[in-house]
Ligand binder design. Structure first.
Ligand SMILES: [Cu+2]
Length: 175
């Protein structure tokens, strides 16, 4: 029973193509307003409290490495990357015990969709900014859904890695 369910959900999750929304075309394109499918206005406008509660909070992108050597704090720029658009992440790496910045590390950051078994379509470039800060450029999440951002650091104290779940929102459909 359980196995069947798991297998089923895996099959569903594995579907990469079908769930991908059509790529946004040039806004200038004189598309004759594709059927403005009567929007699902079913969402009731609740009180301010309930509305706030239903909003997904900002993703926390920090924590300690798996070996407990370093602490990582990731700051995406912009703060909420848009699906399919290039963005950057600045990662601050510190000693998990002393809080001292980790300098001169071999730094790598990558994003994958573990359930789909694929990564990004771009290759990120990393550079050290100083004071334990590392900049990753050229990141792009081309699908909505569950991504995992992984950082690998090699420094004097050794190698450590952190894997952070990140949910990419779909692009809002134009009206
Ligand atoms: Cu995918």
């Amino acid at each position: 029973m359980r196995l069947t369910l798991i297998a089923l959900s895996l099959v569903i999750l594995a579907g990469c193509g079908p769930s991908a929304p059509a790529p946004a075309l040039n806004e200038g394109a004189s598309a004759p307003a594709a059927t403005p499918a009567s929007g699902p206005e079913s969402a009731p406008v609740g009180g301010p409290e309930s509305a706030a509660a239903s909003l997904p909070g900002p993703t926390r992108l920090d924590g300690q490495g798996e070996r407990g050597l370093y602490a990582f704090k990731l700051t995406p720029m912009p703060a909420e990357p848009v699906m399919g658009q290039i963005f950057q992440i600045e990662t601050r790496v510190t000693d998990a015990r002393t809080n001292a910045p980790i300098l001169g590390a071999t730094f790598k950051l990558d994003a994958t969709m573990p359930q789909h078994r694929h990564g990004m379509m771009t290759e990120a470039v990393h550079k050290e900014l100083g004071e334990g800060r590392y900049l990753s450029e050229g990141l792009k999440l081309h699908m909505p859904g569950a991504w995992e951002i992984r950082v690998d650091v090699d420094a004097k104290a050794g190698h450590d890695t952190i894997k952070l779940p990140y949910e990419q929102r779909p692009v809002a459909t134009p009206r």
